[in-house]
Design a protein around this ligand. Structure first.
Ligand code: DP6
Length: 337
């Protein structure tokens, strides 16, 4: 028995940074679901016990421990899974070792396959999307935001009714059209292994001196985004999104031990974006995930001038000139073999 899904990556606007218990977020986050950065995964249940993983058709034993941990975490909700061996075949649409985390798209694709297989076996799963979001979260926190298109919130917060700790929910409030087709060009600065993993970074938040203020700030930022997303106030949007990105990295720099994931090129690109915005009035801004790459965000309407700027002034700072052009996407889809 087989199941196959394509699930996208996502980029957070308000960042998830800090967790407790079994992958529960210390505060709320919200992300744009992406489109072309995605993972396509097939899961096959076999009679032979054990887990095998193939990446791009090649046996990849290095991925087995991560999948084994995922299976262990979801087993209390899906005890049937212990009766089978699991063969995972997976492929990322973005280049391997691009420095783009494949955990969000990978874990959500895997979770969708598991929920689909559970249904095929006749097990009740409740709301399948919600169940997949719960399972994806157990694999990697940010993955639970990759189950829906558009904007997705994770973590209970008073300004977003229906928001929950255990799963992501589609942003429920009024959304200005401009945000439905937003662009994200990922400038690849550092394509190697990160010096400090996200898992280690989350852990450092447990004893972080600014944790209380940071957690309160995330709730405030979610609330402040409401009117911004409704009205399409891009100046306010860009200010908040950049503040979130720099706060995330500020938290890393003020962790104990402290660390820096930005590279000199990251700062060059940030400076170039801010300079160009000031001079041209074009609404282009940046965000960062837990790495050196820069996500460059702008509305579809600004695409031509934004791309000219990016090619002339950002690409030279990218590793081998590498960039990925993406946009807000519609969420995962089943694949038919
Ligand atoms: C900086 O979801 O990768 O991208 O739950 O340990 O797998 P784990 O962490 P992960 O953390 C991502 C953090 C972030 C911000 C975000 O996506 O909200």
């Amino acid at each position: 028995m087989k199941s196959a899904f394509r699930a996208p990556s996502n980029i957070a606007l308000v960042k998830y940074w800090g967790k407790y218990g079994v992958q529960l977020p210390s505060k709320p986050s919200i992300s744009f679901t992406l489109d072309s950065c995605a993972t396509e995964t097939t899961v096959e249940l076999t009679d032979r016990p054990g887990i095998s993983v193939e990446l791009d058709g090649e046996d990849t034993p290095g991925f087995v421990p991560k999948i084994a941990q995922f299976v262990e975490r979801i087993a209390p909700r899906h005890p049937w899974i212990g009766d089978y061996g699991i063969r995972v075949q997976t492929h990322n649409t973005f280049p391997h070792s691009s420095g783009i985390a494949s955990s969000a798209s990978g874990m959500s694709a895997l979770a969708l396959c598991v929920v689909d297989l559970a249904q095929k076996l006749g097990h009740a799963v409740g709301d399948p999307k919600q169940e997949a979001s719960i399972l994806a979260r157990l694999g990697s926190g940010s993955a639970c935001r990759s189950l829906y298109g558009g904007l997705v919130v994770w973590g209970e917060t008073p300004s977003v009714p229906g928001s929950a700790q255990e799963f992501g929910t589609p942003y429920p409030h009024k959304l200005n059209e401009v945000f439905r087709s937003y662009r994200d060009v990922v400038a690849l600065v550092d394509v190697g292994q990160k010096a400090v993993s996200s898992t280690a970074g989350h852990q450092l938040m447990e004893r972080h001196p600014f944790r209380t203020q940071r957690f309160a700030q995330a709730h405030d930022h979610l609330a402040a985004l409401g009117p911004i997303l409704a009205s399409g106030d891009l100046d306010a949007f860009m200010e908040l999104v950049e503040l979130e990105a720099l706060t995330l990295h500020g938290l890393m720099m003020s962790s104990s031990p402290s660390y820096i994931l930005m590279r000199p090129q990251t700062l060059r690109i940030i400076e170039a974006i801010r300079g160009f915005r000031l001079e041209s009035g074009i609404p282009i801004c940046f965000t960062l995930d837990a790495g050196a790459n820069v996500h460059i965000l702008f509305p579809e309407q600004a695409e031509q001038s934004a791309m000219e700027f990016v090619i002339d002034h950002v690409q030279p700072w990218c590793k081998d000139g590498r960039m990925i052009a993406d946009r807000v996407g519609q969420g995962p889809v089943p694949l038919h073999e």
